[in-house]
Design a protein around this ligand. Structure first.
Ligand code: NAP
Length: 315
């Protein structure tokens, strides 16, 4: 904020304090020959998409955000420069959407009703990916695609380490769809247009706190040992990593998870302790719940220069 001018003070007294971090950021952008302000599109302005929209809108970009719901148009209009109502299976809508854009982020996820059935899953992820790749053929201005995928493509690794070079063998229809969507989008990667895929852990953050997910287990007896390793990604890190990918023109696949490779049991313990809730008891005589367990490496993204906002799980 600029200080109001005091007539009795000298000119130097009224020079506003320089925001060096902001200046450095601008210089960095210039050095990379990226325009200071871009036309950015966020396909799927949901939990993550809305936070990203706020971040970019505040920095002066022309932000287009999409939704599938009429009811959300008015709210989103207050957040972004332009709202577009569409679904990813509408090829002609996507052709119009990408025209004149510099960067496109794909942050779509099926609504709760569509998430339940296999067709809903394919229609959301695969149809969007295929139609976007096709639409990009007529949109030479687009320089960067950032696609939010999931570490669930790795499947169950019994707690072992995996990285971006690990072989993917999808174990169910959903992982298959997510993996195919990744591969489809990578087809759009070329010299003048980078495709970056961020594989996320479970998303948490403001409004999606761990207490909401684990609090209901307090005082209960759970089957098994709770030794599944579940990886998480804070919403703030997703916004920051997307910006990092845009500024650094990242291409290829990057895991984006925090440093805490904790078991479900350890996570639940931390939540119960923090909120003064009765602990959860694990009944080792019962078979535990099935699900993915893997330690996901985030070294590739760090080696590219990314620093996590929240390296440890925030309970
Ligand atoms: N949730 C997790 O823990 C998790 C984990 C790993 C990866 N991810 C990925 O992270 C990204 C962001 O997740 P999120 O939790 O922010 O998602 P979200 O809040 O559920 O938002 C999803 C957005 O996608 C839109 N959408 C739904 N179906 C669509 C379709 N057929 N075509 C186009 N848009 C459609 C929704 O439209 P409306 O505005 O009409 O609702 C909404 O704006 C997603 O790509 C998701 O797959 C999520």
């Amino acid at each position: 904020m600029y200080n109001s001018v005091n007539e009795n003070s000298s000119f130097e007294d009224n020079i506003p304090e320089l925001d060096m971090a902001q200046l450095q950021k601008l210089l960095r952008q210039q050095a990379q020959r990226r325009p200071l302000f871009e036309n950015v599109t966020i396909m799927g302005c949901g939990y993550v998409g809305s936070a990203l929209a706020y971040y970019w809108q505040e920095r002066g970009h022309f932000v287009t955000g999409t939704t599938t719901s009429w009811e959300r148009v008015a709210t989103l209009s207050e957040l972004v420069s332009q709202v577009v109502l569409l679904k990813g299976d509408d090829a002609s809508a996507l052709e119009s959407l990408v025209q004149g854009q510099d960067t496109i982020v794909v942050s779509v996820a099926p609504t709760s009703s569509a998430a339940a059935d296999e067709d809903g899953y394919s229609n959301t992820y695969l149809a969007t990916a295929k139609n976007l790749v096709k639409a990009l053929e007529q949109a030479p201005r687009v320089k960067q695609i950032i696609y939010l995928s999931s570490c669930s493509v790795y499947g169950d690794r019994q707690g072992n380490w995996v990285d971006e070079n690990s072989t993917i063998v999808p174990q169910d229809h959903r992982s298959q769809v997510l993996y195919e969507a990744e591969q489809t989008l990578m087809q759009a990667n070329q010299e003048n247009r980078k495709v970056c895929i961020l594989r996320l852990g479970g998303i948490y953050g403001p409004g999606r706190e761990l207490i909401r997910m684990y609090g209901g287990l307090a005082g209960m007896i759970m089957p098994g040992t709770g030794d599944r390793v579940i990886n998480w990604t804070h919403r703030d890190d997703i916004v920051k990593a997307i910006e990092f990918a845009r500024l650094n023109e990242l291409e290829g696949i990057y895991n984006l998870v925090d440093d805490s490779q904790l078991t479900v049991r350890e996570q639940v313990e931390r939540v119960c302790y923090k909120y003064g809730l009765p602990p959860v008891y694990w009944d080792v005589s019962q078979p535990g719940r099935r699900g993915n367990s893997a330690c996901i490496s985030n070294q590739k993204l760090k080696a590219a220069g990314y620093e996590l906002v929240h390296p440890q799980l925030q309970v």
